[in-house]
Ligand binder design. Structure first.
Ligand code: RB5
Length: 159
């Protein structure tokens, strides 16, 4: 479980807005400090405008964890995963969220808001908050993610 005094960043687009509001209330009721990076309404907006500021802060280690929401979770995860040290996992069940922590040390949870209800969303959030990273072989695998694209392409060339 992350330090309950540690801040959790939260952001969505219009499709994730309603669930974002519900999860913000849930996080606060669980004792977490939350910073809502927007939007403030469900007016149409672009997911990347909200994913970039959140991922940038997690990437530089200012904040340990964040939650992003859009319709499918895909646009938010594409954007957040461009940042070093960000591991943004789309989770559509509590089991996937728990595995995203246990095996993948997901520091950003991404919810597909058009495909999960409010209670299911809260259960997914709780599973992600409460499950520790298992380490061991999973730590070795995560270390390999940060290998840069350059070294991957030179492997290609030497084939
Ligand atoms: C918005 O209509 C939708 O495209 C967005 O929320 C998200 O699903 C994109 O990945």
């Amino acid at each position: 479980m992350p330090d309950p005094t540690g801040k959790i960043l939260l952001a969505s687009d219009h499709a994730g807005f309603a669930l974002k509001e519900a999860l913000e209330a849930e996080l606060k009721s669980l004792g977490y400090a939350v910073e809502d990076l927007g939007p403030a309404t469900d007016a149409s907006t672009d997911y990347a405008d909200y994913a970039h500021p959140l991922a940038e802060r997690v990437s530089r280690g200012e904040v340990e964890r964040g939650v992003l929401l859009c319709g499918t979770g895909l646009g938010m995860s594409y954007t957040a995963n461009r940042y070093p040290h960000v591991r943004a996992a789309v989770a559509w069940t509590p089991e996937v969220a728990a595995l995203a922590r246990e095996h993948n040390d997901a520091n950003v949870l991404v919810l597909p808001a058009r495909f999960v209800g409010t209670e299911e969303g809260k259960a997914i959030l709780k599973a992600w908050l409460d499950t520790p990273f298992a380490g061991g072989r999973h730590a070795r695998r995560i270390a390999k993610i940060e290998r840069d694209a350059e070294s991957n392409s030179s492997t290609e060339e030497s084939r």
